[in-house]
Each structure stands twice: as structure tokens, then as C-alpha cells.
Design a protein around this ligand. Sequence first.
Ligand SMILES: [Zn+2]
Length: 355
Amino acid sequence: MKMSPRYDRQTILPEIGPEGQEKISGASVLCIGAGGLGCPTLLYLAAAGIGRIGIVDFDRVDETNLQRQVIFTVDQIGHNKAIAAKARLNALNPALDIQAYPEELTDKNAQDLFKKYNIIIDGTDNFAAKFLINDAALKTGKPFIYGSILGFDGQLAVFNDNGGPCYRCLFPEPPKGYIPNCAEAGVIGAVAGMIGTGQAMEAIKLIVGHKSFKSLSGKLWIMDMHTMENRLLSLTKNPDCPVCSKTKEDIKLQYSSPVCNYVPEIPPEMAQNAMLIDVREIEEWNAGHIDSAQHAALSGLMQGNMPELPMDCEILLYCQRGKRGLQAAQILKENGYLNVSNMAGGYEAWLKCFK
Ligand SMILES: [Zn+2]
């Protein structure tokens, strides 16, 4: 059968060749998150002709995503990211089998999803998801390509490939305390592009497996894009690693969503237990809010206007879609409130569930 000229520029490379392209066409990759990392990764994987690509993302495209999430267009704002990314990849390379999973990766669905693919790409921005990806990748015996970005810094590694070190050999447990993600700490789109593109490259190297390739298995590539200085650290397998020293059967998956409470699990009478606080601005509050809530706008909290509530009171915050609530939760915690959580998806999700 004559091959289409689509891949000529890569099959001409002696490291790839027609055999390498056949491996690429026969490979499958699952990308967790179609965000700043996932978007460039997915574009390059689809362009290279990875035969089967899965995209897991429960979030929706937001205007503030467009600065770095280069798959999406203005008319996709408000659409689910996995489904919107699938549409773009289908248009780019219609021959591929692209699956969208518009759901959150959890300890419940991770194994079933991972089993269907050869390689897992971590396009997430929070530790809870990264630890879950690591543990589920170990349990299902899949390598995973890790990426992480913040501000001008990026990191890239391949974990759990052929008995190589895992993410927990490097970080045994999730860090304690509050860690900002991109939404809160900021990131340059091109930094996400550099690391995401590197993740696609590592996936292609694992798939093709040419002898000249050295993957980032057992390495951590760290890049400071203020100066473009980079370091390649060697990682070793930790014999006491809390996860990869165990057998697959003994690995127990755990996940607690970083957005604390999942709306569908919060009963409508939730205000009987927790004090609900709406942290949106006054115009948004006036346009509609949950009846039992109090109002304390994030802008006021940032200026130090704390709600008059006991420090041990159980507080559940919500904003429009969940992000400002996280920021407000952090401010309250820093001001001594002990039991603060944020409603995932915010007021919009609540309306969907209970109205
Ligand atoms: Zn390990």
C-alpha cells in the first residue's frame, strides 16, 4: 500500500523511516488535561500521526485559557475542552481515532482509561492529579510523561518506563499546604508550549525506540526560561518508594479533587452544616445567588475584609466557576479560618445540579 505523503518530512529521517511511522500509526496515547501542556502536545501528536489519541478533561474553555491553550478558538469558549480539542484534532488529521473523555480523572476511572492506551501524558496543573496519574500508571504498567510549568519555569521527565524511577521516587508524598496553579500563579503561554512540545517528543521517542534516542526516563529536565539555562538531573529509583516498591496488586489508588467538594455530592441542604459564602463581586451576587449564602467579595477579602464568623466554622466558598473560590479559600486559611473549602465549578455548576 502506498503511504500518503503527509508524513514524508519525518519518514525521510533515518531514525524514523517507514518502520517508525508504522509504529507511530499503531500507537495510542492518553493525554490527561487539554490545557497549557496538553494543547501543544496533542497538536504535535496528531500531526505526527499517532493512530489513537484519548483526551481527558472535564473543564470548559474559558477566555483566559486562549493565551496558552492554542488548540481552542474564540467560538469554543464555554465548550468542554476534551470535546473541543477532539474537533480540532479531527480537522487536522481525519485518519486518526480521537476519543474525548469529558470527565475528571479519578481513582474510579483511571485504571480503565489507562488500560486502553500505551503511553500516558500528564497535562495537569495540580499535585493531586499528578500523584494519581503516577500511581495508576504503575498499577497498569504504563510509562507516563510528566510536565510541569509555573511562571517562566518548566520541568519534563519520563516516569515508570521499563522499571525506571516513578514520580514518587522523586516526591514520595504530595506537598503539604497550599500550592498555586497556573490560574493563580500565572504562566507564559510559550513556556507551556516548550514543555508540552517536549512531552510530544518524548512520546514519539518511546514509540519509535530508535537506538540513538535517549529518553528522559531517570532524568528530570529543568528549564528556566528567563535565561534559557537548563539542567538535566539524574533520578534514581528509590528502593523505599511508597508506590513503585509495591506489587501492582498492592497499589491503592487515592484521589481527592483539589477543588475540595464536588458539587453533585453536596446536598442542597448543605448550608445546614456549612456556612456558604459567595465570593463573587456585588453585580454578580445581585444577578442571582444561592439563597442561604452570605456575600463576601474576593476583592474585599484581598483587602483584608474578613467575614465575621468563628475561626472553626465550616465554610464553603463559591464563585462563578470555581477559580476565584480557590483564591478566596487561600486568603481565609492564611487569616486563620480552619475549615474552608471551595465548591468545584462554582455557582454555574450548582445551578446545573440543583436548579
Ligand atoms: Zn517510585
